[in-house]
Ligand binder design. Structure first.
Ligand code: SF4
Length: 326
């Protein structure tokens, strides 16, 4: 591992200043992804700004919804009474992620900022535009079975690995950030980026901007929910495909729907057109299949991930069936 400086400020503004003024500085919280990346030489920050002393770990009622502090642990959020009562979809998604040990270290903000698990990104002997812009994409003509079917570019076909973020984009969450220019709120759907020509940028955060919290509004579609994750083993594995479904039902009629897929794009993939298909329709498998067909419009596979073209709609239908039964 490269040598680096280490700072541990106790005030958010000091942390923001430290990262804003130094292009080689990086925030660190749980470190469950960043430390791995540093050990492998994939990321080589020259300064780590440890934010664990900042007062950002509360989980509370706020503005007709829940506010999750950026430093709240994934396990603490999943076990929190308020979250369990009000946002069971988020609980399901959190408990589907990583292992119990990792959830005890990983934070809300860190979960959102974790990097792709594309194997070429981790292998410093291979070309990767995300790790080293301009070197090419090893996955395009390589083993791309875990890669994107939506929203990719010829520069990068990686997927975002977070489960939690798939639930949060479906739940219309908002990200609160503080930075050198002040505070701002970013709709969760606009927080992560598609790769385009700049796959090295995963999010729309500016240098020095610190995630402080995530707001999840109360909504009538938070009772009938399901996070359905398909993976290669029962735990501690990233999604091949996952689906988040949240429904408001009036009897058997769907009044409102929120849908998103994971494991299919460079960002959690919200399915607004498919949501519209569901509204006003009976909650039947035939309706779910119609929505899944719309959800898959524009999908395109690479040599080794064609299976996702079938797996993704089937996963979405399964999530909708489970949500309806809930
Ligand atoms: Fe790198 Fe993205 Fe290509 Fe993977 S898919 S090798 S992360 S550029």
């Amino acid at each position: 591992m490269n040598q680096f400086q280490y700072a541990r400020p106790s005030k958010p503004q000091a942390a923001i200043r430290a990262v804003a003024k130094d292009a080689n500085a990086q925030f660190i919280a749980g470190g469950t992804n960043l430390v791995d990346l540093m050990k492998r030489g994939v990321m080589t920050p020259q300064k780590l700004v440890d934010i664990n002393r900042l007062p950002l770990n509360k989980i509370e009622r706020q503005n007709n919804g829940l506010r999750l502090g950026a430093l709240a642990l994934n396990s603490a959020v999943a076990d929190d009474k308020l979250v369990r009562e009000r946002q069971p979809l988020l609980v399901q998604a959190l408990n589907a992620g990583a292992s119990a040990q990792l959830r005890n270290m990983a934070t809300v903000g860190g979960n959102m900022l974790q990097r792709t698990r594309c194997p070429y990104f981790y292998d410093t002997t291979m070309p990767c535009n995300k790790r080293a812009p301009g070197t090419g994409c090893g996955a395009l003509e390589g083993i791309n079975r875990m890669h994107a079917i939506f929203g990719f570019s010829d520069k990068c076909i990686a997927v975002h690995p977070s489960d939690m973020s798939v639930a949060l984009v479906a739940l219309d969450a908002t990200v609160l950030v503080s930075g050198p220019q002040g505070d701002r709120r970013i709709p969760f759907a606009d927080f992560h980026r598609l790769p385009g020509d700049t796959p090295q940028k995963d999010t729309n955060l500016e240098r020095g901007e610190l995630i402080t919290a995530v707001d999840i509004p109360d909504a009538p579609f938070t009772r009938h929910v399901s996070y359905y994750k398909v993976r290669e083993r029962a735990s501690y594995a990233f999604a091949l495909v996952s689906a988040a479904a949240a429904l408001e039902l009036d009897g058997n009629t769907i009044k409102a729907a929120r849908l998103a897929l994971g494991g299919v794009a460079h960002k959690p993939w919200r399915l607004t057109a498919a949501e519209q298909v569901l509204v006003g329709k009976p909650a039947t498998e035939a309706t779910f299949r119609q929505a899944a067909e719309v959800a898959m419009q524009g999908a395109k596979a690479f040599k080794y991930n064609e299976y996702k073209l079938k797996l993704a709609p089937n996963t979405l239908v399964q999530a909708l069936k489970t949500a309806t039964a809930a």
